[in-house]
Design a protein. Structure first.
Length: 231
């Protein structure tokens, strides 16, 4: 089990320079050391924009991409943002939303590009089954050749207890058996989903970046799994 470390103050103050109104917020997210830094900035930006639109319900919801991030000092960053497409993945294996600067042709055109983006997000376990155009972007419906029963009616609870935080979420797939003797073996997409959910739930990390965490053990529980993490 990984040793706990002293929690550090890693909050950054972010200012969206060219938003329609003044927008500043604090985030505990550590942006360094992750190969999809821009994508994570987009996620954090749009999480905070959700709060803005809740406060200003008359404003039409627009999703944004961080085109440029300018560090002011260790604790401050200025973000230059631009409107972008939002992609909604519905229910399988989890419901998530992210943004992309890509402009797609109607499905099935550009399916290779969409699948490339999908694989960067969730790993190579899933592929597109159908795409529906919506006003703000697209809804992606997925399939997996590895899983026989991917019915949206199936809900499996995932628990993380104690380290680095205690939280839970639901997935709509049943994973292949985890090799507890070899945690580096194929984990059937668990690690990619874990990082996404830690960002969404703003899990306490005791000073680590979310990407530092690995699944060391999986314990079967009634209706799902408990994931034991290390860093």
């Amino acid at each position: 089990m990984a040793k706990r470390i002293i929690k550090k103050n890693t909050y950054k103050n972010i200012t969206a320079i060219n938003f329609t109104q003044k927008l500043s917020f604090l985030t505990p997210v550590v942006f360094l050391g992750y190969d999809r830094t821009e994508e994570i900035r987009d996620f954090v930006l749009n999480q905070n924009l959700d709060k803005f639109y809740d406060t200003h319900p008359d404003e039409k919801r627009v999703y944004y991409h961080v085109e440029k991030a300018v560090p002011v000092n260790e604790y401050l960053e200025d973000w230059y943002i631009t409107p972008t497409n939002t992609i909604n993945i519905l229910n399988y294996p989890i419901s998530i939303r992210f943004t992309t600067g890509q402009k797609f042709q109607d499905f099935p055109n550009d399916v290779e590009l969409r699948n490339k983006i999908l694989n960067q997000k969730l790993g190579s376990y899933y592929h597109l089954h159908n795409v529906i155009k919506i006003e703000t972007g697209e809804e992606w419906h997925l399939k997996s050749d590895d899983i026989e029963n991917n019915s949206e009616a199936n809900q499996y609870k995932i628990n993380i207890n104690g380290y680095p935080d205690t939280f839970s979420f639901f997935v709509t797939k049943k994973f292949k058996t985890f090799d507890n003797e070899d945690p580096e073996a194929d984990d059937d997409g668990r690690s990619a989903i874990l990082i996404i959910k830690m960002y969404e739930l703003k899990a306490d990390t005791n000073g680590h970046a979310y990407e530092d965490f690995v699944i060391e053990q999986v314990i079967d529980i009634e209706g799902g799994e408990e994931w034991v993490l290390g860093s």
